[in-house]
Design a binder for this molecule. Structure first.
Ligand code: BGC
Length: 711
C-alpha cells in the first residue's frame, strides 16, 4: 500500500504547531480519474485546489500505535490543469498530549504524512505522485493545536517561506485500509442565549453539552484577538466553571486579519455547553458563534419515548452522551485531560450503544485495536487503543474483551467477529489464571471495583463491593461466555466447562453472603446465587431501606434493573428508573443535565460540585440503563439462536407508574416497534415486527409472522 510514497516530515520538531505540506503539479493530458491515498502519524486535513478532500475530520483516526489507517478519496472533480495539493498536519492522537504520555513509543518520530495521488489519463496512461522530498513544508497559521489544550490560529501569519520536506524511512508496517466509520461534522447548534454572569463574564449558552468545535464569525481589524474558554457547567453562583477540565487547557485564540471573516478550527475538539468570550473585537451576539457537533458517522437505529418528560430528557441525554463520546473510539469523556478508550466504560455501555446506533463497524475497529494491544500474557490495557503507559488489567474493564464482541454478535449476528476475537478472549482468561492468587477465583490484583458507587467512604471512588468478589464474578461470567461462543464456533470447550464449574463452586463457597447492592446484582445476573429468590429479596430490601434508591457504580448499575425485573421486582425497577431524588438517573435531569453525568453526585442539592478532580458531565456509563428500557420495559430482545434480530422476542413489561412507553429499533432485518399505553384503565399494546417473532403479552405467548399486532 502506498508503494510510491515516502513518509515526509518537517526538517525539525515544530512542537505543537500545525504544519503544512504541499505539492504543486500540472496535468496537461485529459484525466479520467484521480485517486488520493493518504495517511499520517498525526491528524491531517487535505485540500486539493482549496477544496477539502473528503469529510473525515481527525483523519486518519485513532488506532493502536501498531497500525495506521489509510484513506482513499476520489478527487477527480477537484483536479484542474495547475494543481496544488496541500495537507495540514497536527500531532493528533499520535504525539499530542492525549493520555498524558507524550508518546514514549516513538520518541524519534516526528509527525509525518504518507500520500500518493494516482492519475489515470483518458489515453490509458497512468502517473503516480507520491510524497517525497519534492514536497514543500511550512509552519501554518495554526500556531498551536492539541486535543487537550485547544488551538491558537493567527490569520495574519504569512505562509511564504516554504522549505523542502524531509523524507523519512519510518516503518511502513501496519498500514491498513480505513476500517471504522469516519468522524464527521454532524450537527450545527445555534446559541440559545447569551449570559452575563455575576462576575461580569460574557457567556454563550448552546443549551446542550456536546463534543466538537465551532464556527466563529467576526468583523475585525488585522491583529484584533478573539479568545474563548469552554465549560460544561456554570457554578452555583452562575459563574463560568472550568476546574473539572483539570489539566486540559481547552482554549481557543484567534488573531484576526482585516475585515469580515469566518473560521472553524478542525484539528482540535472540545466538550462543552458554554463558551466564555474572553476577547472579541466589537459586539459578540448569537450570530457570532455556531457549535459544530462532531462524531463517528453512525446510523441511528433506536428511539425511546414515554409519557414522562423527565424520562424523555434522560433518553435524550443518553443519545447525546453517545454522540459526544463515539469519536472514532468509545471515550470515557470528551472534555478533560482524558478522552481515552476506557475499556470498562465501553463494556458497560456497548449494549445500549447497539440499540441507539449501528455500532458494529465502530466496535469491530476498536476490538481489532484491543487484540493488537493485548499484552503477551493476555492482559487487557485499561485504555484501548493503548495510548497510556499503565497496562495492568482490571476486572469488568478487561472483560470488554469478551463482553463487547458478545453484545455485537447478539445485536448483529456476525459469527466472524466472534471468531476474530476468540483467541483474545481465551488469552484474557489465561491472564486471570496466571495472575490470581487463588485458584479458580480472581484474587490479589488491583481493580477499579464498583467504580463511583455510592456505598464507599465519602470521596472514595471504588465503592464498598469487595474487589475480589467482582473479579471472581466476572471471571465466571466471561468463562461462561467463552463456552457459549466456543460452541457457536464449533470449538472444543470442555476445558472451559470444567473451569466454569470450578469457579462457580469456589465462588459459592467463598461468598455465601452478599454485603452490597452490587454483590446481589452480580450474583444474580451471572447465575452465581445459590438461592436467587432470597438474594433478589435481599436486594429489594436493601433498595427499599435506602429510600428506593440505588447505590451501585459502573459495575452494578448496568445490571441492576435487569436482575430486579428478572426476579419479580419489575415495579421496583421502574421506581428506581423514575426516582427523582438523589442518587438517581432523574436527579441529574432535574438539575438540568443534557448529557449523562460521570457521578451520581456530580452536583449536590445546593448545586455544589462533588469535586473538581474527577467530575465529567458527559460520561455515558450510567446511560447503560437504556438497554433495560429497550429490552425489558418495551421488551425488544434478540434471540440467541437467531442473533442479529433474525428472529425477535417482544415481551413488554408495562408499569402503573407510567402511562405510555415506546421503543423503536431499526434492526438489520427491519423496524421493530413496541408501544404500550393505558386507555380506560387497561394497557394496550402495539407491536410491529419485521420477521417471525414471539410476542409475550402479560405472560401469554403468541407466535407471529411479520406484521403489526394490537392487544
Ligand atoms: C475514567 C473512567 C474510567 C476510570 C477507571 C476514569 O478516570 O474517566 O471512566 O473507567 O478512570 O476507573
Amino acid at each position: 500500500m502506498l508503494e510510491m510514497a515516502k513518509w515526509i516530515s518537517f526538517p525539525e520538531d515544530r512542537g505543537f504547531e500545525g504544519l503544512l505540506f504541499r505539492k504543486r503539479f500540472r496535468t496537461d493530458r485529459e484525466v479520467r480519474s484521480a485517486v488520493l491515498q493518504i495517511t499520517a502519524h498525526g491528524c491531517y486535513e487535505a485540500r486539493l485546489n482549496g477544496a477539502r478532500v473528503g469529510e473525515f475530520v481527525f483523519a486518519p483516526g485513532c488506532t493502536s500505535l501498531r497500525r495506521v489507517q489509510v484513506q482513499t478519496y476520489d478527487v477527480t472533480k477537484e483536479l484542474q490543469k495547475d494543481n496544488c495539493l496541500d495537507v495540514l498536519l497536527s500531532k493528533g492522537w499520535f504525539k499530542g498530549r492525549i493520555s498524558w504520555r507524550g508518546n514514549h513509543d516513538y520518541p524519534d518520530m516526528l509527525p509525518c504524512i504518507l500520500a500518493q495521488l494516482q492519475l489515470t489519463y483518458a489515453d490509458g496512461g497512468r502517473e503516480i505522485l507520491g510524497t517525497d522530498g519534492t514536497w514543500e513544508a511550512h509552519p501554518s497559521r495554526v500556531r498551536f493545536t492539541d486535543f487537550y489544550d485547544g488551538e491558537i490560529y493567527d490569520a495574519t501569519f504569512s505562509e511564504e517561506e516554504w522549505v523542502p520536506a524531509v523524507e523519512r524511512d519510518y516503518s511502513r508496517t501496519g498500514l491498513v485500509a480505513q476500517q471504522g466509520p469516519e468522524v464527521r461534522e454532524q450537527e450545527r447548534l445555534r446559541p440559545i442565549r447569551m449570559i452575563r454572569t455575576p462576575k461580569g463574564e460574557t457567556v454563550v449558552d448552546f443549551g446542550q453539552n456536546l463534543t466538537g468545535y465551532f464556527t466563529v464569525r467576526v468583523n475585525a481589524r488585522a491583529g484584533d484577538r478573539v479568545s474563548f474558554s469552554f465549560a460544561e457547567e456554570l457554578d452555583s453562583d452562575g459563574n463560568f466553571y472550568t476546574e473539572n477540565y483539570r489539566a486540559a487547557k481547552a482554549r481557543f485564540e484567534y488573531i484576526c486579519r482585516e475585515g469580515e471573516q469566518e473560521y472553524t478550527p478542525k484539528l482540535a475538539f472540545w466538550g462543552y455547553r458554554y463558551i466564555r468570550v474572553d476577547a472579541f473585537p466589537g459586539c459578540v451576539d448569537r450570530d457570532s458563534i455556531t457549535a459544530v457537533a462532531v462524531h463517528s458517522e453512525l446510523r441511528r437505529t433506536g428511539w425511546l419515548r414515554s409519557s414522562s418528560p423527565l424520562l424523555n430528557q434522560l433518553f435524550q441525554n443518553i443519545i447525546w452522551g453517545q454522540k459526544g463520546n463515539f469519536l472514532d473510539i468509545p471515550t470515557d469523556c470528551p472534555q478533560r485531560d482524558e478522552r481515552m478508550g476506557w475499556t470498562g466504560d465501553a463494556e458497560v455501555f456497548c449494549k445500549t450503544a447497539a440499540y441507539n446506533y449501528d455500532v458494529e463497524a465502530f466496535f469491530d475497529k476498536w476490538l481489532t485495536d484491543l487484540r493488537l494491544d493485548q499484552t503477551p500474557d493476555g492482559g487487557i490495557p485499561h485504555v484501548i487503543p493503548q495510548l497510556w503507559d499503565h497496562s495492568t488489567t482490571s476486572a469488568a474493564w478487561g472483560d470488554a474483551a469478551v463482553i463487547v464482541p458478545w453484545q455485537m454478535y447478539l445485536a448483529y449476528g456476525d459469527r466472524r467477529l466472534l471468531a476474530r476475537q476468540y483467541p483474545s478472549m481465551k488469552g484474557y482468561l489465561e491472564y486471570i489464571r496466571t495472575h490470581t492468587t487463588t485458584k479458580d477465583l480472581w484474587t490479589g490484583c488491583p481493580h477499579f471495583g464498583d467504580w463511583l458507587a455510592m456505598d464507599g467512604p465519602v470521596g472514595d471512588c471504588k465503592g464498598a463491593t469487595r474487589m475480589d468478589f467482582i473479579a471472581s464474578a466476572f471471571y465466571a461470567y466471561s468463562t461462561s461466555l467463552v463456552i457459549r461462543i466456543g460452541d457457536i464456533l464449533g470449538r472444543k470447550t470442555e476445558k472451559y466447562r470444567r473451569l466454569y464449574e470450578r469457579i462457580v463452586r469456589a465462588f459459592r463457597k467463598t461468598y455465601p453472603e452478599y454485603t452490597t447492592q452490587t454483590e446481589c446484582v452480580l450474583a444474580l445476573r451471572f447465575g452465581l446465587a445459590t438461592d436467587p429468590g432470597k438474594t433478589a429479596a435481599q436486594l429489594a430490601d436493601m433498595i427499599r431501606k435506602n429510600g428506593n434508591r440505588l447505590q451501585t457504580g459502573f459495575v452494578g448499575t448496568p445490571h441492576l434493573l435487569h436482575v430486579l425485573s428478572d426476579n419479580g421486582y419489575t415495579e421496583l425497577a421502574y421506581t428506581l428508573l423514575l426516582q427523582e431524588n438523589f442518587p438517581s438517573w432523574l436527579y441529574s435531569v432535574k438539575r438540568g443535565a443534557t448529557t449523562i453525568w460521570e457521578h451520581w453526585d456530580g452536583r449536590n442539592e445546593k448545586g455544589e460540585f462533588w469535586s473538581a478532580s474527577m467530575n465529567s458531565f458527559n460520561h455515558y456509563a450510567f446511560g447503560s440503563v437504556a438497554d433495560w428500557v429497550y429490552e425489558v420495559a418495551c421488551g425488544i430482545r434478540p434471540v440467541e439462536e437467531k442473533p442479529g434480530f433474525a428472529q425477535v422476542v417482544v415481551e413488554p413489561h408495562p408499569t402503573a407508574q407510567l402511562d405510555e412507553l415506546e421503543a423503536i429499533y431499526d434492526s438489520r432485518h427491519g423496524r421493530i416497534r413496541s408501544r404500550w399505553y393505558r386507555r380506560d384503565g387497561t394497557v394496550r399494546y402495539e407491536i410491529t415486527v419485521p420477521v417471525r417473532a414471539t410476542l409475550v403479552i402479560e405472560g401469554k405467548e403468541y407466535r407471529v409472522e411479520r406484521g403489526t399486532y394490537l392487544f
